[in-house]
Ligand binder design. Structure first.
Ligand code: ADP
Length: 756
C-alpha cells in the first residue's frame, strides 16, 4: 500500500489551481488572485505546473504556494506555472493517476483556467472522481479512509482564451490583450500602407470565432473583413470585395486593409486563406499586395490593464465559488457579464460554445450568428457600414436632419473615434452632419462646418480631439451666441462628446430652454473622459486608455527599482474620482490606493508606515502606493513621500512619481475605440428617433451593467455629487475590497514568526 497522503490532510481545505490549453495574457493575474484569496480565506493552495500533464506526473509538479510565490507576476504574459496539452489525461488511466497525485496532497478542489477542451476534461474528471477513487482503493494505491475522506471533487472553471470564443462570459481572459496586439499591428501597417498606397491582408487568430477579426477591424480602419460565423453572402465574394476596395480608393482612401480570421471560409465551407485573398487582390486589382500573419504575437506581451483586472476579479470570484460550492452543484464557470462577475453552469457554457462550432461546420451560418451575443451582432452591422467606401444613398422614405457634433471638456482618447462614427453613421442615415470646433466656445463663435464621409478618415486611431475641445460652460451672453449659431445653421440636434464640463454645459442649455427657444432640440451627451466620473455610465471613453498608460508607466517605474529598496508613491489623475487610482492599483499590484471616496487619515498613514517597515524588514524590496490627485488636500503626494522617507530610518528610500498628462494622451485603446463607436451609433439612433418624433428630449447615454440607458437630462443634478464632480453611486467601489485583500502584506510580514 502506497498511501502517501500528508498526515494532516483534511484539517484544512486544499485547493489546486492549473492553467491548461493555450496560454493567454492575464492568466497570471487570475493565479495571483486565486492563490492569495485562497490563503486569505484559510485554504491551502497548490499550483499544478504544466496543466493536466503535471497533474498526471505529480511529484514536483504539484507545489504548495504561499503569499509571495505570486508576487511580481501581474505584468507577465503567459502563465508562470506553465501549460501543456496532455494526451495522458485524455485516458482513464492518466486521470486515475492524476487523482492519486492530487490525493497525495489532500486536494479535492480545483480551479481550472483554460479553454473548452480543458474545461470539458475537468468536468469529465469530476464525474469520474468517485469511480477513480474506488479503483485506486481496489488497487491498493490509496486507503479506503482516504477515498472516503474525499468523496467529491469540486471544480470551478475560468476561461483563458485570446479568441473570446466562450459562451457564458462577455470576455475571456486574454482577448483584450490580443486585441491590443492586433490594433497596434494594424495601426502600424496602415501607416506604411498609406505611404505606398498599398493593399494589405492581415490574418488574425480565431478558428471558430470572428471576434478578434471583427473587433480588430472596428478598432482600426480596415476595409474588408472575413469571419467564420458569417461568410460572404455571395459566391462571387471576390468580385464584391475588389469592387469595394476599388471604390474606397476612388473615394480617396490611400490604403486598403483586409482582415481575416484564421477560420474564415466561404458559404460552401471552403477555407479562405490569406494567400487566397492575396492572389485574388493581386489578380483583380493589379496591385502589389502584402500579407501579415500575426500568429503568436497575439498571445504574447504584457497583459492589458483590462485583462489584469478581469483575471483578478475572476480569480477572486472562483475562490468564493469554491468556498460556497456544494457537492451536488454543477461545476460553475466564472464569467463577466455587463461588467459584473457571474457564475453559470460550466457544461451548459461548454455545450453552447460547441454549438457555434457545430453550426459553422454544418454551414448553418444563420444559426452561428444567432448564437452570438447581441453586441456581437450589433458590432457586425456597424462594421458593415464602416467598410463601405461611401454612404448608402439617403433613404427617401425617411426624414433627414441637421445634426451638430462637438467635443467638450479635456481631450480624451477615443473622442475622435466617437466623432468619426457619429459623422459616418449619421451621413449613412441621410442626415447632414456638422462638426463644431472647440466645444461650446466654438458653438458660441459659430465655428461650424459640414463634415463628409472622408473628412473623418483615419480618425478612429488618433488620440486627442481633432475637432478641438474646450472646457467652457456657457453663461450670460455666450448663451445668446450659442442660440444664434444653432438658429443660423438650422441645427436640429446636438451630440455632445465629452467629460464633466460637457455635461454641465448641456444641462445649462437644457435649463435655459425657456429663455432660448432654439435650445429646444434633442441633445445627447456621450461620456468621454479619462476620469470615468460621469453619471449613468460604467465606463467613459478614454478611461481604458488612461488606465493602460498608467499600467505601462508603473511597470517601467517598478523596473527602475530593481537594485534598491524603494517605495514609489505614484499620483494619478481622476479629479475627485478614484477610479484610475483603484483600478491602477489593482492592475499593477500596488499595496495601497488612496482615494478621495475613502478618505485618508493619519491613522491610515501610520498603519501604512508600519506595514512598510515590517515588509522591508522581512525582505521586501519594492513598495508601490497609488494616490488619486485629490485624495486629500493635506496629505499630498509630497507629504506622504516625505513621511515615509522620514519614518523609513534608512530602511528604504521613497520616490514620488506624478504621471501627469501622459494619462490624457496616446492613441486610444481598442476598448475605447469600440466603446466610442458603439455609443456614437446609439446616440445617432437616439437623435434620429427624437427628431423624427418632434421630441426635444435631452439625455446622457450610458452603459450600466451591460444595459444601455438614456437618462433624462433633468436627472443630472440628482445623481451627482456636484462638489466632488462625480456620480453619487460608483459601481466600482465594490472592487475596493478585492484590491485590499490582494495587496495586503503577506501573512509572513504580518506575523514574522509565520515566515518559516
Ligand atoms: P483548450 O483548453 O485551450 O481548449 P485543448 O483542447 O488542447 O485546449 O485542451 C487542453 C487539455 O485538456 C488537453 O491536452 C487534454 O489534456 C485536456 N482535455 C481536453 N479535452 C478533453 C477531454 N474531452 N477529456 C479529457 N481531457 C481533455
Amino acid at each position: 500500500m502506497t498511501d502517501t497522503q500528508a498526515p494532516n490532510a483534511g484539517l484544512r481545505q486544499r485547493l489546486g489551481v492549473l492553467t491548461s490549453g493555450g496560454d493567454a495574457q492575464g492568466m497570471n493575474a487570475a493565479l495571483r488572485a486565486i492563490i492569495r484569496t485562497g490563503i486569505e480565506r484559510g485554504l491551502d493552495v497548490y499550483a499544478i505546473y504544466e496543466g493536466y500533464q503535471g497533474m498526471v506526473e505529480g511529484g514536483p509538479r504539484i507545489r504548495q504556494m504561499n503569499w509571495d510565490s505570486v508576487g511580481g507576476i501581474l505584468h507577465k504574459g503567459g502563465t508562470v506555472i506553465g501549460t501543456a496539452r496532455s494526451d495522458a489525461f485524455r485516458t482513464r488511466e492518466g486521470r486515475r493517476q492524476a487523482a492519486k497525485n492530487l490525493l497525495e496532497h489532500g486536494i479535492d478542489r480545483l480551479v481550472v483556467i483554460g479553454g473548452d477542451g480543458s474545461l470539458t476534461g475537468a468536468n469529465l474528471f469530476r464525474q469520474e472522481w468517485g469511480s477513480l477513487l474506488a479503483e485506486l482503493a481496489e488497487l491498493g494505491e490509496i486507503s479506503q479512509e482516504t477515498a472516503a475522506a474525499h468523496p467529491y471533487l469540486l471544480i470551478v472553471g475560468l476561461v483563458g482564451s485570446i479568441d473570446n470564443d466562450f459562451y457564458g462570459t462577455d470576455m475571456t481572459i486574454g482577448a483584450d490583450s490580443a486585441l491590443h496586439r492586433i490594433t497596434e499591428a494594424v495601426d502600424a501597417i496602415t501607416s506604411t500602407a498609406a505611404s505606398h498606397q498599398r493593399t494589405f491582408v492581415v490574418k488574425v487568430m480565431g478558428r471558430n470565432c470572428g471576434y478578434l477579426a471583427m473587433m480588430g477591424a472596428l478598432a482600426s480602419s480596415a476595409d474588408w473583413v472575413l469571419i467564420p460565423e458569417n461568410p460572404p453572402a455571395v459566391d462571387n465574394w471576390q468580385d464584391v470585395m475588389c469592387e469595394r476596395l476599388r471604390a474606397g480608393r476612388k473615394a480617396g482612401r490611400r490604403d486598403s486593409i483586409v482582415i481575416l480570421a484564421e477560420g474564415a471560409r466561404d458559404r460552401n465551407g471552403k477555407t479562405i486563406g490569406s494567400s487566397d485573398v492575396q492572389r485574388v487582390l493581386e489578380e483583380k486589382l493589379g496591385e502589389d499586395v502584402r500579407t501579415t500573419v500575426l500568429g503568436h504575437v497575439q498571445r504574447g506581451g504584457a497583459p492589458s490593464a483590462y485583462d489584469r483586472i478581469l483575471g483578478t476579479l475572476m480569480g477572486y470570484g472562483a475562490v468564493e465559488a469554491i468556498l460556497q460550492a456544494k457537492p451536488e452543484d454543477e461545476p460553475a464557470l466564472i464569467g463577466i457579464k455587463g461588467n459584473r462577475i457571474t457564475r453559470t453552469p460550466l457544461m451548459e457554457c461548454v455545450n453552447k460554445t460547441h454549438a457555434v462550432a457545430d453550426a459553422i461546420a454544418a454551414k448553418d451560418y444563420d444559426r452561428a450568428m444567432e448564437l452570438r451575443t447581441n453586441s456581437f451582432k450589433d458590432s457586425w452591422r456597424t462594421l458593415m457600414t464602416f467598410v463601405r467606401a461611401l454612404p448608402r444613398p439617403a433613404p427617401e422614405d425617411q426624414k433627414h436632419f441637421r445634426i451638430g457634433v462637438l467635443n467638450a471638456g479635456a481631450p480624451a482618447p477615443g473622442m475622435n473615434a466617437a466623432t468619426r462614427a457619429a459623422v459616418r453613421l449619421g451621413i449613412d442615415k441621410g442626415h447632414t452632419m456638422f462638426g463644431i470646433s472647440n466645444g461650446f466656445q466654438g458653438l458660441a463663435d459659430c465655428e461650424v462646418r459640414p463634415m463628409d464621409w472622408m473628412s473623418v478618415s483615419g480618425w478612429v486611431s488618433t488620440g486627442g480631439s481633432n475637432l478641438g475641445t474646450s472646457r467652457m460652460v456657457p453663461k450670460g451672453s455666450q448663451l445668446y451666441s450659442i442660440a444664434r449659431t444653432i438658429e443660423n445653421n438650422h441645427l436640429q440636434a446636438l451630440l455632445i462628446i465629452g467629460g464633466w464640463p460637457a455635461y454641465e454645459a448641456a444641462y445649462k442649455l437644457y435649463t435655459e430652454r425657456e429663455n432660448f427657444p432654439s435650445f429646444n432640440i434633442p441633445m445627447v451627451c456621450l461620456p468621454a473622459s479619462i476620469n470615468n466620473n460621469l453619471p449613468g455610465s460604467d465606463f467613459s471613453v478614454g478611461a481604458d486608455t488612461a488606465l493602460n498608460s498608467i499600467v505601462e508607466a508603473v511597470d517601467k517605474v517598478k523596473q527602475s527599482a530593481v537594485a534598491a529598496r524603494r517605495v514609489f508613491v505614484v499620483e494619478v489623475m481622476g479629479h475627485y474620482c478614484g477610479y484610475l487610482a483603484l483600478m491602477g492599483a489593482l492592475a499593477t499590484g500596488a499595496e495601497r490606493a488612496y482615494l478621495n471616496e475613502e478618505g485618508v487619515s493619519i491613522h491610515d498613514l501610520t498603519r501604512d508606515v508600519d506595514d512598510l517597515l515590517r515588509g522591508f524588514k522581512s525582505g521586501k524590496r519594492l513598495g508601490l502606493m497609488i494616490r488619486n490627485e485629490y485624495a486629500n488636500p493635506v496629505y499630498t503626494t509630497p507629504f506622504i513621500s516625505a513621511l515615509f522617507e522620514e519614518e523609513s530610518k534608512g530602511l528604504f528610500d521613497v520616490r514620488q512619481t506624478i504621471l501627469g498628462h501622459l494619462q490624457q494622451g496616446g492613441d486610444p485603446s481598442p476598448f475605447d475605440r469600440i466603446q466610442a463607436t458603439r455609443l456614437a451609433r446609439l446616440c445617432v439612433d437616439f437623435l434620429s428617433e427624437e427628431c423624427n418624433h418632434d421630441s426635444q428630449r435631452s439625455a446622457y447615454i450610458g452603459l450600466e451593467a451591460g444595459q444601455i440607458h438614456f437618462h433624462d437630462m433633468q436627472d443630472f443634478p440628482r445623481v451627482i455629487d456636484a462638489k466632488r464632480l462625480r456620480p453619487r453611486n460608483q459601481w466600482w467601489m465594490d472592487i475596493s475590497k478585492v484590491a485590499k485583500i490582494l495587496a495586503q502584506p503577506g501573512p509572513s510580514w504580518q506575523n514574522p514568526e509565520e515566515k518559516a
